[in-house]
Ligand binder design. Structure first.
Ligand SMILES: Cc1ncc(C[n+]2csc(CCOP(=O)(O)OP(=O)(O)O)c2C)c(N)n1
Ligand SMILES: [Mg+2]
Length: 673
């Protein structure tokens, strides 16, 4: 029997009171949007969202992705009604050590599917999760994945962010009918009304993208239900429900007049008497606003019972599938455990003197064959970034056909990154995505979020240096390595380097780097690969040492007069320079440091044995000199790096002109003596 509308409205008012009260208590936060969106989220959670209250990580659950993180009080208040947060925790919004953080942080046990805050990314994470659900349905045949609905909640800010275009395009071209997005269209944003900055017809825009669009009053229970019912029936395309919502619904000012539709409620407590008037207006007790109404408690207790029956049915279907497919079921359990896959790396045969991007293709080819839950993506560069090594072993996703494992993202690096992160958040899949290193700049906001959420996406960035010179300086990364290596230095909340960054020095180091990337289930990994061929490191090199982040390359002299340090292709330039220095009788050690972050995690004794203090050092990097500053102290030597943007020319000419030659290594090192 349908819940009485009066009870649903009462529950939404309860959410409004709790959201406003938590912001009031914290003396900071965003009440207005939360109060406007309360009706939608309440209908969704009390009547539609399918999840297991006793098993929040259940793989087959519907998922709710919040894009506007500033609307955290709405989500926390909603999750308080479903028992995932206590009233006390709501009262501790934004406080030290409280689970009710300023913007929601990934916490599946508490019902939070994603960290959100930077507007726009959150709804594209949902799109990635919808892709993962389609993929798992196709790959496993487990009927539960075809029944999942991924709900996204977006606001004006997310619609304005450029990434919404990428997300809208991908969701449509892939026919994601398991995606339902609610747009809280309240015509107000932080500093202005929305008409000051946008005048497009958003419904027409999404229809043009190929979405089903339903327009409703976002504060009306009957219309919300009708829209959700309709959305669930749509086939072959995603649905956008545009809900006209009232910012600060129910809010009153200190003088008792309406405080609705006012920018001032966007990001500040209602304040004093305005708060008290508002709570009273919504049927609460201004002296005890942190309370759940009895009929609302009953509403959610009843929903728990309904969910128990729904989930029991779904889990019975899953069990029937698992009984009929025990091997697949065991495999699926493994995929959702998040464990690193078993990979036989001996199947990867590297060519001598190959580029590391091509060596990466050899690895990806093996991964496509051996890791059935891996998804690889490229932003329209698969034949250049060599993710085609993977693609050649599978097919790309198409609307209605998710039997392959390759995601053609189009030219949209940030969208691609967020989709891949959303896939990982869904669980059960291992995503990797590729583009040119210089375009990592378009992905930085997502990489930072992946690092914060500890999502083990593999970022494949090729064309790692100025040696793409024919394309001109726009395509030549210079400062990008220094930037991503800063993320190696930034620790996540578990005290780990927030990103693992690996820049291998030759083809065989590339295999080791991919092995480390696949073993890394704790953080994102960045893999930096060369466009050009690189001479193999000397015969007898112990490649297992790559796992230590930095190591002494084979053929190095004992008791060296000088230590040459680099990562990536510059190591081979140092090797060539070392030959000239040795001809003069100098004893030379060459050290390859594919990951300074990993190297700094080794014992001090090991670090000291590789780079002993007091021995002269010379570093060479195709990036900014600062890239190597942690390894080559100014007191012990010099660093040859690129101090300016690159130039247009064939790479061999650039190597000569910019000093990336054996002869220059020889000359620069001699200056140290
Ligand atoms: C990428 C990004 N830019 C800027 C902000 C700062 N910011 C937070 S909310 C907001 C306005 C959002 O307006 P809207 O989405 O309509 O939310 P409402 O005011 O309706 O709650 C801005 C600019 C942000 N969180 N993320
Ligand atoms: Mg708004």
């Amino acid at each position: 029997m349908a819940n009485p509308i009066s009870v649903l409205n009462h529950a939404a008012d309860n959410i409004r009171i709790l959201a406003a009260a938590s912001v009031e208590k914290a003396k900071s936060g965003h009440p207005g949007g939360a109060m406007g969106g309360a009706d939608f989220i309440n209908v969704l959670y009390s009547e539609y969202l399918t999840y297991d209250p006793k098993d929040p990580a259940w793989a087959g659950r519907d998922r709710f992705f919040l894009d506007p993180g500033h609307m955290a009080p709405m989500l926390y208040s909603q999750l308080c009604l479903t028992g995932k947060f206590s009233l006390e925790e709501l009262a501790n919004l934004r406080q030290w050590d409280s689970p009710t953080t300023g913007h929601p942080e990934l916490n599946v046990a508490r019902g939070i599917e994603n960290t959100s805050g930077p507007l726009g990314q959150g709804h594209v994470l949902a799109i990635g999760a919808a892709i993962a659900a389609k993929f798992l349905a196709a790959r496993t045949g487990n009927p539960t994945f075809a029944k999942e609905t991924i709900y996204a909640y977006i606001s004006d800010g997310g619609i304005e962010e450029e990434i919404s275009q990428g997300g809208a395009r991908i969701a449509s071209v892939l026919g994601l009918d398991n995606l339902v997005m609610f747009y809280d269209s309240n015509d107000i944003q932080l500093s202005t009304a929305t008409d000051v900055v946008m005048n497009e017809d958003t419904a027409a825009k999404y229809r043009a993208f190929g979405w089903e669009v339903i327009e409703i009053d976002g504060n009306d229970v009957t219309q919300i239900r009708a829209a959700l019912d309709a959305a669930k029936k749509v086939q072959g395309k995603p649905t956008l429900i545009i809900g006209k919502c009232i910012m600060g619904k129910g809010a009153l000012k200190a003088d008792g007049s309406s405080f609705e539709r006012d920018c001032k409620t966007h990001g500040a407590p209602l304040g004093g008497d305005a708060f008290r008037n508002t709570v009273a207006n919504l049927g609460g007790d201004p002296d005890q606003p942190f309370a759940i109404f009895d009929d609302v408690k009953a509403l959610y207790a009843q929903r728990d019972e309904e969910l128990a029956a729904i989930v029991a049915g779904r889990k019975a279907e899953e069990k029937a599938w698992a009984d009929a497919n025990p091997d697949k079921a065991a495999q699926l359990a493994d995929w959702f455990s998040g464990k690193a896959p078993q990979i036989d790396w001996s199947k990867v045969v590297q060519k001598d003197n190959d580029s590391t991007r091509s060596a990466s293709a050899a690895c990806l080819s093996a991964l496509a064959e051996q890791v059935p839950n891996m998804i690889c993506a490229s932003a329209d560069l698969s034949n250049s970034d060599k993710t085609d090594g993977f693609l050649k072993k599978t097919t790309a996703f198409k609307s209605g056909d998710f039997s392959g494992a390759f995601f053609q993202a189009g030219v949209a690096e940030l969208t691609m990154a967020c989709c891949c992160m959303g896939m990982a958040l869904h669980g059960g899949v291992i995503p990797a995505c590729g583009t040119f290193f210089v375009f990592s700049d378009y992905m930085k906001p997502a990489v930072r979020m992946a690092a914060l959420m500890e999502i083990p996406v593999k970022f494949v960035w090729t064309h790692d240096a100025f040696r793409v010179g024919e394309d001109g300086p726009t395509h030549e990364p210079v400062e990008q390595e220094a930037q991503i290596r800063l993320m190696e230095k930034l620790k996540n909340h578990h005290g780990k380097n927030s990103v693992l960054v690996l820049r291998p020095a030759d083809a065989k180091e590339t295999t080791e780097a991919w092995a480390l990337a696949m073993a890394n289930t704790a953080t994102p990994t960045a893999l930096l690969f060369s466009r050009q061929n690189i001479a193999n490191l000397p015969e007898g090199n112990d490649y297992s040492q790559v796992a230590r982040g930095g190591y002494i390359v084979a053929g190095s002299d004992p008791d060296p007069d000088v230590i040459l340090v680099a990562s990536g292709s510059e190591v081979s330039t140092l090797e060539a320079g070392a030959k000239l220095l040795r001809a003069d009788g100098k004893k030379v050690r060459v050290v390859s440091v594919p990951s300074e972050g990993l190297f700094r995690q080794q014992s001090p004794e090991y670090q000291q044995s590789v780079l002993p203090a007091g021995v002269k050092k010379f570093g060479m990097t195709a990036g900014l000199p600062v890239t190597l500053q942690g390894l080559v102290p100014a007191s012990e030597g010099t660093i040859w790096g690129l101090e300016s943007f690159g130039f247009s020319a064939p790479y061999k000419v650039l190597d000569e002109k910019l000093g990336y030659t054996a002869q220059n290594v020889y000359e620069q090192v001699n200056k140290l003596f």
